[in-house]
Ligand binder design. Structure first.
Ligand SMILES: *[C@@H]1O[C@H](CO)[C@@H](O)[C@H](O)[C@H]1NC(C)=O
Ligand SMILES: *[C@@H]1O[C@H](CO)[C@@H](O)[C@H](O)[C@H]1NC(C)=O
Ligand SMILES: *[C@@H]1O[C@H](CO)[C@@H](O)[C@H](O)[C@H]1NC(C)=O
Length: 455
């Protein structure tokens, strides 16, 4: 989940980045203006030919009570597989944003939590709504559907291992995904799983992580996946090779918007657990597995990022969020305009820019889904990954040859020796001026307003 904070004025006022959220970030200005003046794998059984998988769609953040017209565009893509990236339903509840009154949800004086969980019956009802959405119902008839959860379908905004309702939530997600009654995935702690699709020579492995069930609190610097899941992941990565390996993480792996967007923007991501993130890259590197990339959701916008110094080849993270929930869709036109402006000035060292993006920032904050196409008929095979809008038009894309994602030993020693080093500087390592750009602009705006008021 994404949050935003207004640290300069209050101590650490963090808000869920939901509807009207950016409006809230402008609140300081508005207030001033108002002053006087375990292991589970499905491998194709040997002998039975497994059909080629060449089109995979993925998406996140689908509000069950909203219209979901985007399914038509997803159906038109004719995916062989659909992956739910989390926030598949919004299972928790939000109290209104209130600074004053009986239920104060914000500020150091707040007396209730902004979010609270639903009963089991209510969660069930919401899952049923989601499952019966016309477009989705048709897709799930036609296409294999797999997936994971994020915080809102897990049961509570930004929740981790401490959440008491997690086993109930796990059963309900398993029901939603039609996981067989006798599946070991229903009995393990957490919803992680892995799948292999396609015949020999055209195999795609999909590793679905659980980033909630075992996760320590956000600022604890603790564990992200928990011991059992880490052990399982290592086995999965070191196991039989496949041409492609897609790792599904509900939250962003590579982009770390908090480092440059703070105090306005805060995202829940692997970046908040630097040691765990390093462990993840090291594991991929040590496994010498080729063809690995990430897909993610959660943040209410689409982005393509790439990290060139975590392994022996560039690692991509393609974020699609959301199917219905998106920053601009949830805002007034004026706030949507501001969001676009802010994304243009928040620097990013990991984002992949391309001329094909709909917006210059290469962030797309309206409803979108991810569309992966593998052309197995050319040699080497080519992978194209797009973010597509509600009408199915591309808003951002990246493509690469499978041969570019090969874990070859590089000559020479040390990191970043193989010549692909455009995306190596972590956001937190970029210059002070770059990291503080947004804060400085905000400061200039606020002091400008103050001077107008008091001069
Ligand atoms: C992400 O940003 C936060 C906030 O600046 C920082 O503490 C953390 O170390 C960063 N993570 C990485 C992997 O750079
Ligand atoms: C990846 O592994 C190779 C050895 O296979 C090593 O030389 C290199 O330093 C490692 N890179 C990272 C980023 O850990
Ligand atoms: C989708 O198409 C409709 C009808 O042509 C158009 O009005 C709408 O703006 C389009 N949506 C996007 C996000 O491009």
């Amino acid at each position: 989940m994404t949050r935003e904070t207004m640290a300069p004025l209050t101590k650490r006022l963090s808000l869920p980045f939901q509807s009207h959220s950016l409006l809230l970030t402008l609140l300081p200005c508005l207030i001033l203006l108002l002053l006087p003046s375990r292991s589970l794998s499905s491998h194709p059984s040997p002998g039975s030919p497994s059909p080629v998988v060449s089109r995979i769609a993925f998406g996140s953040c689908a509000k069950q009570s909203s219209p979901q017209p985007i399914w038509d565009a997803i159906l038109d893509f004719h995916p062989d597989l659909f992956v739910w990236m989390g926030d598949n339903i919004y299972g928790d509840n939000k109290r209104p944003f209130r600074i004053f009154g009986e239920q104060r949800t914000i500020g150091p004086w707040k007396n209730v939590d902004r979010f609270f969980p639903s009963s089991q019956e209510e969660l069930k009802r919401r899952y049923e709504l989601a499952k019966n959405k016309p477009g989705y119902a048709e897709l799930s008839q036609r296409t294999k559907v797999i997936g994971t959860w994020d915080d809102h379908d897990y049961g509570l905004n930004d929740a981790g291992k401490e959440f008491a309702g997690k086993d109930v939530s796990q059963k309900l997600l398993m029901d939603f995904l039609d996981e067989p009654e006798d599946s070991p995935r229903r009995k393990q702690a957490g919803v992680y799983a892995s799948y292999v699709y396609g015949p020999e020579g055209k195999q795609i492995k999909v590793i679905v992580l659980d980033t909630r069930y075992h996760r320590d609190p956000i600022f604890s610097d603790g564990t992200f996946l928990g011991d059992a899941q880490w052990e399982w992941l290592e086995k999965e990565l070191k196991g039989p090779k496949t041409e492609l390996t897609i790792i599904v993480s509900s939250v962003q792996v590579i982009s770390n918007l908090s480092a440059t967007g703070y105090p306005l923007l805060f995202t829940e991501c692997w970046g908040n657990f630097p040691k765990e993130r390093e462990r993840l890259f090291k594991l991929i590197n040590d496994s010498k597995r080729s063809g690995v990339f990430f897909i993610s959701g959660d943040v209410h916008f689409g982005e393509i990022a790439r990290y060139d110094c975590g392994s022996l080849y560039p690692i991509y993270d393609i974020t699609s969020s959301g199917l219905t929930r998106s920053l601009e869709e949830d805002s007034t036109p004026a706030v949507a305009f501001l969001i676009r402006a802010i994304f243009q000035i928040v620097p990013s060292t990991m984002r992949v820019f391309s001329a094909n993006c709909r917006h210059k920032s290469c962030i797309y904050a309206r409803p979108n889904f991810g569309a992966i196409e593998v052309n197995w008929d050319v040699s080497p095979p080519r992978v194209k990954i797009e973010l597509r809008d509600v009408n199915g038009s591309s808003v951002n894309e990246v493509s690469f040859l499978l041969s570019e994602l090969q874990a070859r030993e590089v000559s020479g020693t040390g990191e970043c020796e193989s010549g692909y080093q455009q995306h190596c500087t972590l956001e937190r390592e970029s210059s002070w001026l770059l990291r503080k750009r947004l804060t400085l602009i905000l400061w200039v705006v606020v002091t400008g307003i103050l001077r107008r008021i008091f001069s």
